[in-house]
Design a protein. Structure first.
Length: 202
């Protein structure tokens, strides 16, 4: 059965947005590539902005649900942070094709509704990972931990993240990043990567 036109438009738009950017892709470009009129695209999506929301909103809605779930936990701990980071990773994997668009496209990051929503979500995730510690160092560690989750999805597109071993690698790295360095018996700091990211296994 031939793919529905609205899906064909969405699939092409995502591919073009990722290559040429949201700002660098026009409805005319999409129509020409599909061999249809601009009016045919507007029949399915009232504007290029509406098409962008169609592609991105499912990811943002899923991140909101992840945050809401995390807010049911009263305070941050290594165990709860690991669960939150695992849930966040699962969301990003489920919407992996869209992640580069929301992470690297300047027009999307500066979009009047999508940009503020992305920034608010990042702040909420940070807070869940650091609470009750709101120090600059805690916020920096939380930002680094979130980056340890999403950046590899873009940098290593060929890695199959349906493999749970790869998922655990990312989560372990993120959890280790959250841990402050601790002094060793000789008084020198111990890098966070040397701390146990699996306290539940101890």
């Amino acid at each position: 059965m031939e793919e529905r036109m609205d899906r064909r438009i969405a699939h092409l738009a995502l591919a073009r947005f990722r290559v040429s950017g949201f700002a660098g892709t026009s409805i005319a470009d999409l129509a020409g590539a599909l061999g249809i009129s601009k009016a045919a695209i507007y029949y399915h999506y009232r504007s290029k902005d509406a098409l962008l929301h169609h592609l991105i909103d499912p990811l943002l809605d899923a991140i909101d649900a992840c945050i809401q779930e995390g807010q049911t936990t009263p305070a941050a701990s290594t165990r709860t942070a690991r669960q939150l980071l695992g849930d966040y990773l699962a969301v990003l994997i489920a919407h992996r094709e869209v992640v580069p668009l929301v992470a690297t496209d300047v027009a999307v990051l500066n979009h009047p509704t999508i940009g503020p929503r992305l920034r608010a979500q990042n702040q909420q995730l940070q807070s869940l990972l650091t609470a009750p510690d709101i120090s600059p160092s805690a916020r920096l560690r939380a930002e680094a931990a979130l980056g340890a989750i999403w950046r590899p999805l873009i940098a290593e597109p060929e890695v199959d993240l349906s493999d749970t071993a790869h998922q655990h690698t990312l989560i372990d790295a993120a959890v280790a990043t959250l841990q402050p360095s601790q002094p060793s018996p000789d008084g020198k700091p111990v890098p966070a990567a040397h701390l146990d990211p699996h306290p539940e296994r101890s």
